[in-house]
Design a protein around this ligand. Structure first.
Ligand code: TMP
Length: 241
């Protein structure tokens, strides 16, 4: 007979992915507002970044300096940032029963450094297990729209980074990579058409999320219960907001 160990309470880990200009950051903010209006605790964060050290790595990686950057260098930078972010922000927040909303995560590494830059995807997946401490999103929202639409939005934005300025061909490979990942992981990844207004896209997101909320409420209550029965205090670590 197998003994069932009780699993520690765990919040919900949601990642938001897509090509440049797909609107995921706006949707992360709207989703955060919706979840808090439902009484849930949220942590909104991003990759690369989310801790002081990981944000420094982000600046180094996305800087528009003239020095060429190898695909492997990019991969090691995002993995180093991820390891720090998972340990300092994501795992503690999930242990508190929070809903973590992360603007980009592992699928971006596979799409950008794998499908678009040409690094071996299964090698990246293995390295990613180490970097992410095997923490996997419960849900990944893939905001999909044509590359030209995304880039037109992004290039009119004040700030563009080193990767925004890659060729059209590169961005097409990123989009195709994301869509391929969505077909490989249909349970975890949901494709959200992102060409519509932000309100319409947000309604589509709410329809996907709503059925998952009762589980996270239960995890939040269990986490609160275990905190009151133990003198250990958890430090609130809020990544960005
Ligand atoms: P953004 O989040 O503002 O879109 O910018 C992040 C940039 O970093 C974006 O161009 C994609 C890139 N990136 C990677 O290339 N690999 C990764 O693993 C992650 C998380 C981001």
């Amino acid at each position: 007979m197998t003994t069932q160990r009780s699993r520690p309470p765990r919040g919900l880990f949601i990642t938001l992915e897509g090509i440049e200009g797909c609107g995921k950051s706006t949707q992360a903010r709207l989703l955060g507002e919706y979840l808090r209006s439902q009484g849930l605790v949220t942590v909104e964060t991003r990759e690369p970044g989310g801790t002081p050290l990981a944000e420094k790595i982000r600046s180094a990686m996305l800087d528009r300096a003239d020095e060429p950057v190898a695909a492997e260098t990019e991969a090691f930078l995002v993995f180093a940032a991820r390891r720090q972010h998972v340990a300092q922000v994501i795992e503690p927040a999930l242990a508190r029963g929070a809903v973590v909303l992360c603007d980009r995560f592992s699928d971006s590494t596979l799409a950008y450094q794998g499908y678009a830059r040409g690094l071996n995807v299964s090698l990246l997946e293995r390295l990613n297990r180490l970097a992410s401490h095997a923490v996997t999103p419960d849900l990944t929202l893939l905001f999909d729209l044509p590359v030209a639409t995304g880039l037109a939005r992004r290039r009119s934005a004040a700030e563009t980074n080193r990767l925004d300025r890659e060729s059209l061909r590169f961005h097409h490979k990123v989009r195709a990579g994301f869509l391929d990942l969505a077909t490989r992981h249909p349970n975890r990844m949901k494709v959200v058409p992102a060409r519509a207004s932000k309100e319409t896209v947000a309604r589509a997101v709410t329809r996907i999320i709503a059925p998952m909320l009762s589980r996270v409420r239960q995890a939040m209550n269990e986490a609160a219960g275990s905190r009151t029965s133990s003198p250990r205090t958890t430090k609130a670590r809020h990544a960005l907001r």
